[in-house]
Every structure is written in C-alpha cells, then in structure tokens.
Design a protein around this ligand. Structure first.
Ligand SMILES: CC(C)=CCC/C(C)=C/CC/C(C)=C/COP(=O)(O)OP(=O)(O)O
Length: 361
C-alpha cells in the first residue's frame, strides 16, 4: 500500500507543472549542448524489448509495442533537434512474420496507424522537415498496409531537412541479395540502352571500350570471317588482351558472332564489371544516398545485429548495446551514447589530421 502511495506521489511530482517544465528546459539545454559538438549524421535503432517490457509491466504485448512507438517519437525528436539527418529504424524484420498471426496483424495495424500519425501536417515529421522512406520487401506486405505507408511517404515527400528510414519488412540479407541482382542487371544491359551514357564518356572503362572497338573494326576490315574462331569472351581477343595488359581478364564488351557484318553501333557495349566497387553496390542498397552510418543503438541487452544494417556498418560505425528495454529508452539513456560518440569522433578527427600532416611533411 505504502509503495503504491509512493509511486503515485512520485508520478504526481514528475508530472506537476513546475517539475515537468524544469525537465523540459533541461532536455532543451542538453540537446542544445549536444548540438555544439559533431553530431552523427546517420543513426540506426534496433527497437528491442517491447514484449519483455509488456510482460514486466503486466500489459498486453500490443500495448508494449504501442509504448515502443511512444519511445520512438521521443527519440526522433531528440535526434532531429540535435541535427541528425537520417534515422533508420528496424520496425519489422522479415523474421517477424514467424510470430503469431495476432501479433503480426497488430504490428501491421500499428504501422498503418502510427506512420499516418507521424506524417500528418503539423506532426513530428512535418515540424522537423523529415521525409519517411520505407526500406524493405514490399512484396511481403498486404495491399492495405502498402496503401497506408505509401500515403505517409507521399505526404512527407517534400520534406527535405531530414529522413526517417523505416525498415519494414527488412533483413540485410534480403537487401544485399536484391542489390546484387540489380547490379548484375545493370552490368548486363548494353550501355547504349542506359540513360546516362554522357556521364561515362571519360571513364577508364569507356576509353578502353573505345580502343577495343576501334581494334575490332580494324580487325574486321582486314580479316573477315575470323570472328567464328573467337569465343564470345573478349579475353581471348588478341587486341583486347594487349590493351588489358596488367589487368584482369574480365571485360566489358561482348561480341555477338551474328553482329559481324553490322556497323559498330550494333555491337552491344556493356559496362565493365571491373569497375564495380563498394560504391557501386552502395548505390543499389536501400539506403543509397544516405550519409554513412555513424551510430547503431540496440536496446534490451541483446548483443547482436539480427540481420540489420550489415552492409551499412563500416569501420567507423559505433555499435552500442544498451541494457534498457526500448519503451524505456529516452534522452537520459541516449545522452551518454551521444557524448561518447562525440568524444570518439573528435579523437578520430585528430588522428586523421595528424596523419594528413605527416603525409604532407
Ligand atoms: C512507425 C512504426 C512502424 C513503429 C513501430 C513501432 C515499434 C516500436 C515496432 C517495433 C516492433 C518490434 C518487432 C520490436 C522488437 O521488440 P520485441 O517485440 O522483439 O521485444 P522482445 O525482444 O522483448 O521480444
């Protein structure tokens, strides 16, 4: 009985107008202080622990997810106020489809409702100029949910100051597989049919292709009928080989034997797979265009990535595991993480500076 009274009393104190006002001022002050230092440009959250929170507090699982959404709204406000440009959240893993139908349906309804609320004019995303992007496998989502999320995306599409990436339904393996498929597709499409040939005019591969094309034309003039003796692989072409000296045998031009008597414009001209780099794959990821991931936070004491942001985590991404459950997560837990990140960032910047100095000497 006493503890109930104490609980009621502490709630009354916490929510009494003067205390609530002081807490609000303190939040503003702390966020303002964070804003002074380097601020992570891209932060990702694994919002873990909603069901455990629900069990601990003897509430329905769905209510736990609801409180998880409240925590998300609080933390988005902190991020955008502090100057974070992109927030990426793990809202629904493809693995989550294995949960009970009741819970999956409830999470889908929650997404429909909450994304709509977030996107409303005058609501959080509107206030901070943040656009919603849905990263995930649309083919797994029912049409009514697609319709709702597309509406939220459309409402916020003109917001240009920040981004909220909602991973839904997502796994990194699915993202990376799709990115590789589309890269292969791009590199199997003749350059002539691509939209941006002018961009590549002065690229190394373009110049190599031009030289190769010229050699092939000279070859055709001199010794017609020699095509059949060559394999479709240009690696076996003498001329191409000499141009490629010191490079891999993988090349960009596929010669179709049936094209031998046609003008060179009919020769398919493929992008050079040798030019595929991490940056190429980056452009095919769902986070294309986003700044590099600076910070990834997972709550609930579980220390694994669970197939989230596997591609995006780079050598300088800080990965932080916190003990608190997601619905408990707020500025008070996030602040030490941000301060530590700022400290690490400054150290890194100093190291980079002194490395640049010693190179210049
Ligand atoms: C805008 C939008 C779509 C909001 C979504 C709201 C929200 C917080 C969703 C998270 C859902 C989820 C699977 C959380 C993981 O905790 P868990 O259920 O795995 O908890 P546990 O680890 O305790 O089992």
């Amino acid at each position: 009985m006493t503890s109930l009274h104490e609980h009621g009393l502490s709630r009354w104190i916490a929510y009494s107008p003067p205390v609530a006002w002081t807490v609000r001022q303190l939040r503003e002050l702390l966020i303002g202080a964070i804003k002074q230092g380097p601020v992570p440009q891209h932060v990702a959250f694994v919002m873990d622990g909603n069901r455990r929170f629900a069990r601990e507090h003897h509430i329905e699982t769905v209510e736990g997810h609801n409180m998880g959404f409240e925590a998300l709204a609080r933390i988005l406000e902190v991020c955008y106020k502090a100057g974070v440009k992109v927030v990426t959240i793990y809202a629904f893993s493809i693995e989550n489809f294995k949960r009970s139908k009741h819970e999956v349906d409830a999470l889908m309804e929650l997404a429909k409702l909450k994304l709509g609320q977030l996107a409303e004019h005058g609501a959080l995303l509107d206030r901070y100029g943040a656009a919603i992007r849905i990263l995930g496998n649309r083919s797994l989502v029912k049409p009514d949910v697609i319709e709702a999320i597309d509406r939220a995306v459309a409402i916020t599409a003109n917001n240009k100051r920040a981004i909220l990436n909602v991973c839904f339904p997502y796994t990194s393996r699915d993202e990376i597989t799709t990115a590789i498929k589309s890269t292969v597709e791009q590199f199997s499409t003749p350059l002539d049919s691509l939209q941006t040939p002018s961009k590549r005019t002065f690229s190394e591969s373009h110049i190599t292709q031009q030289i190769r094309k010229q050699m092939l034309e000279e070859d055709t003039d001199g010794r017609s009928g020699a095509w059949e003796s060559r394999s479709a692989s240009p690696a076996s072409m003498k001329g191409a080989k000499s141009v490629e000296e010191g490079r891999s045998s993988s090349t960009s031009t596929t010669i179709n034997p049936s094209d031998k008597d046609e003008t060179h414009s009919a020769t398919p001209n493929y992008p050079d797979p040798e030019t595929i780099t991490a940056a190429t794959l980056n452009e095919h990821m769902l986070t294309a265009g986003a700044p590099p991931l600076d910070l990834l936070v997972r709550t609930s004491g579980v220390e694994r990535l669970s197939d989230f942001m596997l591609w995006q985590c780079h050598e300088n991404t800080s990965i932080v595991f916190l003990k608190c459950l997601w619905p408990e997560f707020d500025l008070w837990q996030f602040l030490p993480v941000l301060v530590e990140w700022q400290w690490q960032k400054k150290k890194l910047q100093e190291q980079q500076k002194s490395r640049a100095h010693s190179k210049a000497d």
